[in-house]
Design a protein around this ligand. Sequence first.
Ligand code: AMP
Ligand code: MG
Length: 283
Amino acid sequence: MSTGWSTPAVEALRAKAIGPVASFDPETTPGFDGDKAAGTDLLAQRGDVLADLQELLFANGRAGDHRSVLLVLQGMDTAGKGGIVRHVGGLLDPQGLSVKGFGKPTKEELQHDFLWRIHRALPPAGRIGIFDRSHYEDVLPVRVHNLVPQSEWEKRYDLINQFESELVAGGTTVLKCCLVVSKDEQKARLAQRLDRPDKYWKYNPGDVDERGHWDAYLEAYQAIFDLTDRDSAPWLVIPSNHKWYARLAVCELLIDALTRLDLDWPPADFDVEAEKKRLAAAD
Ligand code: AMP
Ligand code: MG
């Protein structure tokens, strides 16, 4: 079946293939030649494929398989992380999905090491977990504003790699997606939030201040890609000025990750023929 992609998303979007994020063009749709209408139609079709794969993962989890999938979403304010949760997560069966957003650490969280709250939110066996922000915040605002001394945040890249290696060794597929919007597009999206009462809840005056540190954030993202993009836990950089493209790309990346698990329906742990007979004979 044609996927509509000339280059698979997992190749076209891989951080190590895209060059410096500062010169990345968020208007582009790498690997996909169609327009918005084609992309939206395709998402509906591919969503069914994704849902079937998720059911396989869930069924295997119920049968004792310990594997799970973790999708990490990062991106500047307004990049569309919430939209991915809604529109790609929305293609999935909620019982096989766990979604966790990470905001500013609470007092309790600050008393522990930065991975403490992450450990507690990991998807159980058979589930797909989506993190809306993640442990990478601890080398993003934390680095940009030196919320902890540099000597501490610079150690975190190794700690993150170690943590993710353990996760992968334990059977979790780790997929990290960074949604990238242009500075102009962010301004337009923030302006829209101020124009629409149904979007006020998404607006945070602090977002305008963070926007003032745009280049420092790009640098912090570049460091993440340089130091933590590994084949076992890859970073995919997703141009997100076009929301339809970002959603289609994340759906495709999840399909790719689940397909690689090479799952089959778990065999019955009972005698099927005997059960058929028993049921036929039952009242
Ligand atoms: P939102 O995703 O819009 O709900 O915003 C959550 C806010 O929490 C963002 O401004 C994040 O940068 C901030 N945040 C999340 N994790 C951390 C962290 N570990 N340290 C500092 N700020 C954080
Ligand atoms: Mg926000």
